[in-house]
Write a protein that binds this ligand. Structure first.
Ligand SMILES: C[S@@+](CC[C@H](N)C(=O)[O-])C[C@H]1O[C@@H](n2cnc3c(N)ncnc32)[C@H](O)[C@@H]1O
Length: 271
């Protein structure tokens, strides 16, 4: 593992996300958006909706596919991301699909300098927390941007998922620590991208490990009241060798179905 300070790690990650944003414009399912569909799955719809006429802040919106889906489903949306290229692609998509949305190029941690508004909903999902260097500041940002009585909602990869690798027999083996480490993990492998499988990113990344208690306590300590936490044995992408996809697009590991949580959702309110 290469040791580096959090600021340097974050700057390296920006390079990676800038590199991958135009690639994701090709590999994310933009066609279904063109056909008028929403990318928000049935779990999120059941747990978060209705969002009609609600103002919604989407943290770490990437190329805006989910943000624009949330707008299509009725919310007035603002998406923010620290990758300038991601925001460029999001604005391009917004124009192409003719969906109203505001996109802001900003780090989550600097957003107070750029945005002076409070929202009914703060939303974030699917591949966000491992990129964050500080969960206390993240939760403080969420609390800051929520109106009194507003809702925070997250659907995210479960912290338990990150401890596993699969071996040649496609058995899951514990490989990584569950608990937060002093330094982020450096990923310098030559594995294809999670969405564009044939594309091996040039820029390598650093990721932070956060346990379930780190996530929940950060929210509670910043004044949010947890309404529910749910856990699911499926994932939105093929995260491990041996996973298979069901008709709705979720990825399961047949050997471990019903045994290990891969995704969690959480809803909290600001009172
Ligand atoms: C996996 S993507 C977002 C997930 C989204 N569901 C998607 O796939 O479109 C993670 C995003 O987080 C952004 N990001 C990471 N750290 C950030 C930070 N500190 N502030 C703002 N954006 C950040 C990256 O630029 C990237 O676009």
């Amino acid at each position: 593992m290469k040791e580096i300070n959090n600021q340097q790690a974050e700057s390296q990650n920006v390079k990676y996300w800038d590199e991958i944003a135009p690639i994701h414009y090709e590999s994310y399912d933009i066609e279904s958006l063109r056909q008028g569909k929403s990318h928000i799955d049935e779990i999120q719809q059941r747990e978060l909706y209705p969002i009609q006429d609600k103002t919604l802040l989407h943290l770490q919106c990437h190329i805006g596919t989910d943000t624009l889906s949330l707008a299509r489903d009725g919310a007035t949306v603002t998406g923010i991301d620290f990758s300038e290229k991601s925001i460029e692609v999001a604005n391009q998509l917004k124009k192409e699909l003719n969906i109203p949305a505001t996109f802001i190029h900003s780090n989550v941690y600097d957003l107070k300098d750029q945005l002076n508004e409070q929202f009914d909903i703060v939303y974030t999902s699917q591949g966000v927390l491992s990129w964050l260097k500080d969960l206390q500041q993240w939760a403080a940002t969420i609390a800051h941007f929520l109106k009194e009585g507003g809702t925070f909602y997250i659907m995210e990869i479960h912290p338990t998922y990150y401890i596993f690798e699969t071996n040649a027999q496609q058995e899951m083996q514990i490989q990584y620590p569950y608990f937060h480490q002093k330094h982020p993990t450096f990923w310098d492998d030559d594995i294809g991208d999670y969405s564009a499988r044939d594309y091996v990113p040039q820029n390598k990344t650093y990721e932070w490990t956060w346990s379930m208690s780190d996530i929940i306590n950060a929210l509670i300590q910043n004044g949010l009241k947890i309404e529910f936490i749910n856990e699911y044995d499926k994932l939105f992408y093929k995260g491990l060798e041996g996973m298979v996809q069901d008709k709705k697009g979720w990825w399961f590991h047949p050997k471990y179905q019903g045994m290990i949580p891969f995704t969690f959702t959480l809803k909290a309110t600001k009172n």
